[in-house]
Design a protein around this ligand. Structure first.
Ligand SMILES: Cc1cc2nc3c(=O)[nH]c(=O)nc-3n(C[C@H](O)[C@H](O)[C@H](O)COP(=O)(O)OP(=O)(O)OC[C@H]3O[C@@H](n4cnc5c(N)ncnc54)[C@H](O)[C@@H]3O)c2cc1C
Length: 264
């Protein structure tokens, strides 16, 4: 089995995001693995441990995104591929998917691709489905459990998390999956993993390596333009701390306040 986890390097969720002149900034906040992708990495490693084979992490991003791949290797992935090229700057979700699909095709022997359900910066949730479409593989989104995988029969069964409940699906491999956080508890990197990540050779593939040209990606190929990006208006609000002489008195004060505000 060859399992691929696609990960994006994003600003830390604690970063103070600013919007000025339509441009989004996060200062010198730490860059981390997109938090939703930690579940994808964990699931890729678990599949490899259970069924044998290897797990590879892929990211498209600038040179510094190599650190995200090192985090994946430290957790237990066998290797990583960085797709980096100056022409990729400003890519929309469609171009991102085109590049990732080409990288997966270049790997050649992939059975399962796993994504997080969305990226905390772009937030479109489109990339996994677009990659599935480009590859012509079955898309399985919002997966909260991989209940069975038969490598011989090349079948997979999953449970998807829907608002109405759970949906059980089966598909033929290869598949593209996006996972929700209920699927697992991501592990911490081990000391040995961190050492392995430190010396890992991470290849960099550019557009030429993927058989793509500049007009298919980056700002040149944007089909969905974010025309106006604004910071949300700050909310008016106040904090009131109720402190009675006892718990019962505090609860009673709270109940009175909620009633007065007509919130009960
Ligand atoms: C400042 C700013 C300006 C932007 N302007 C535009 C714009 O004008 N038009 C527009 O269409 N989009 C714009 N975007 C969105 C940007 O193009 C998307 O972030 C990108 O296309 C990926 O989509 P997503 O982040 O919504 O990923 P999602 O679809 O939400 O992510 C789903 C999964 O795909 C993975 N994934 C996403 N990107 C990668 C990657 N590079 N490598 C590996 N895995 C990945 C995620 O990690 C996650 O697991 C902008 C983003 C920012 C931060």
């Amino acid at each position: 089995m060859h399992i691929v986890a696609c990960v994006k390097q994003t600003p830390d969720s604690a970063a103070l995001i600013t919007v000025a002149d339509g441009r989004v900034g996060w200062g010198d906040a730490a860059m981390v693995v997109n938090p939703w992708d930690e579940y994808a990495i964990e699931e890729a490693i678990r599949l490899k441990e259970k069924h044998g084979g290897r797990a590879t992490a892929i990211t498209m991003g600038p040179e510094r995104a190599r650190d995200a791949l090192k985090s994946c290797i430290a957790m237990g992935c066998d290797g990583g591929v960085l797709v980096a090229d100056a022409a990729l700057a400003g890519s929309d979700a469609r171009a991102t998917a085109r590049v990732l699909a080409a990288a997966i095709q270049k790997l050649g022997d992939v059975d399962v691709v796993i994504f997080g359900k969305q990226a905390i910066d772009g937030d479109s949730g489109i990339v996994p489905l677009a990659v599935a479409r480009l590859l012509g593989w079955s898309p399985l989104s919002y997966v909260l459990q991989i209940s069975a995988l038969d490598a011989g029969a090349r079948t997979i069964e999953v449970a998807r998390l829907l608002e109405e409940g759970r949906q059980l699906c089966s598909a033929q491999l290869p598949v593209v999956i996006s996972v929700v956080r209920d699927i697992n508890e991501p592990r911490y990197p081990t000391f040995a993993g961190i050492r392995r990540a430190g010396t890992a050779q991470i290849p960099i593939w550019n557009l030429g390596d993927l058989g793509l040209d500049e007009l298919q990606v980056g700002a040149a190929a944007v089909t969905v333009a974010w025309q106006a990006v604004r910071a949300p208006a700050s909310r008016a609000g106040a904090v009131e701390i109720l402190a009675g002489d006892s718990v019962a008195a505090t609860v009673s004060m709270l109940a009175d306040r909620l009633q007065a505000e007509k919130l009960t």
